[in-house]
Design a protein around this ligand. Structure first.
Ligand SMILES: [Zn+2]
Length: 285
């Protein structure tokens, strides 16, 4: 069984075998998700994937302790123009991630996994930078695999997509925010939180290259808030998507615990793009 860190004492924490303790942290924002999905989608997705991945890990690592933090519900994002976003600056996200992780390293834990259902590259890259600095200072102990997983196609990571999912990906690949993917995921995770008007939302198409330009995104999402094709969402698709996510997350965390080729999952494919890094505005010194 995994334990919520809020429910244990410092003494219990002190007595744990730290070499065999893994801490999970969800770091994903409250954020507008169209007219049909709740503000907490990225948090619900992260917590669900975390919980299901933990079930697989607990089966495999029976002598390990798994700890879970309450979710940290802010992030860097660009779905602006609507109430309901809890955004911080990219440099703040990096600082927050770094300082949280550093506290936990000082508790003696050196397996710390960050989960984020929020796919904005600048959000994920800020967390990856924090992990990299922590790992340089303290030795490898922090791991944020979601950037690599969200860019699994570009990174050549193998996800065995179900034929049904493959077929829809091929036709409706530009589904970036509150579209068929997230709506299906939520229909599977907690369908009472999905409004039936998802069936009436228009298709909103965007060129993938434009996803890094906030002004272009703002124009696209005007009045609605989503990018993609919510009306083709289905609970069965969400079940398949969530299972595939949990499978690759399990493989990534497993690689990290064993320190075996985990580097494959350390970075978003755009990590080396200077415009997406936190120090991009510092200029020449
Ligand atoms: Zn989302």
């Amino acid at each position: 069984m995994s334990r919520n860190v809020m429910e244990i004492t410092w003494e219990e924490l002190e007595k744990m075998d730290k070499k065999k303790t893994v801490m999970f942290i969800t770091l994903a924002p409250i954020e507008q998700h169209g007219r049909h999905l709740p503000l907490g989608v990225d948090v619900y997705e992260s917590k669900y994937w975390e919980q299901e991945t933990l079930k697989l890990l607990e089966n495999k690592y029976t002598d390990y302790e798994f700890l879970v933090m309450p979710p940290v519900t802010f992030g860097y994002g660009s779905m602006s123009g609507f109430p309901g976003n809890l955004y911080l600056k990219q440099t703040t996200i990096k600082a927050v991630a770094y300082e949280i992780i550093e506290n936990i390293v000082n508790w003696g834990i050196n397996n710390i996994v960050i989960i984020s259902g929020h796919a904005d590259p600048k959000h994920l890259i800020a967390i990856e930078e924090a992990c990299e600095e922590i790992n340089t200072k303290y030795g490898v102990c922090a791991f944020s695999p979601m950037g690599a997983i969200f860019s699994s196609k570009e990174k050549g990571l193998s996800i065995n997509n179900h034929p049904k999912i493959k077929e829809i990906y091929n036709k409706f690949s530009n589904d970036f925010h509150a579209g068929w993917i997230e709506t299906s995921n939520m229909l599977d995770i907690e369908n009472s939180l999905v409004k039936s008007n998802y069936l009436k939302q228009p298709d909103v198409d965007i060129n993938p290259q434009d996803m890094i330009y906030p002004e272009k995104i703002s124009r696209k999402i005007e009045k609605f808030g989503h990018i993609g094709y919510p009306k083709i969402a289905k609970a069965e698709l969400g079940k398949l998507l969530n299972e595939e996510m949990v499978q690759i997350l399990f493989e990534a965390v497993n690689a990290f615990i064993k320190r075996d080729n985990y580097q494959l999952y350390e970075h978003h494919f755009l990590y080396n793009n200077p415009y997406l890094r936190t120090n991009k505005n510092e200029g020449v010194k």
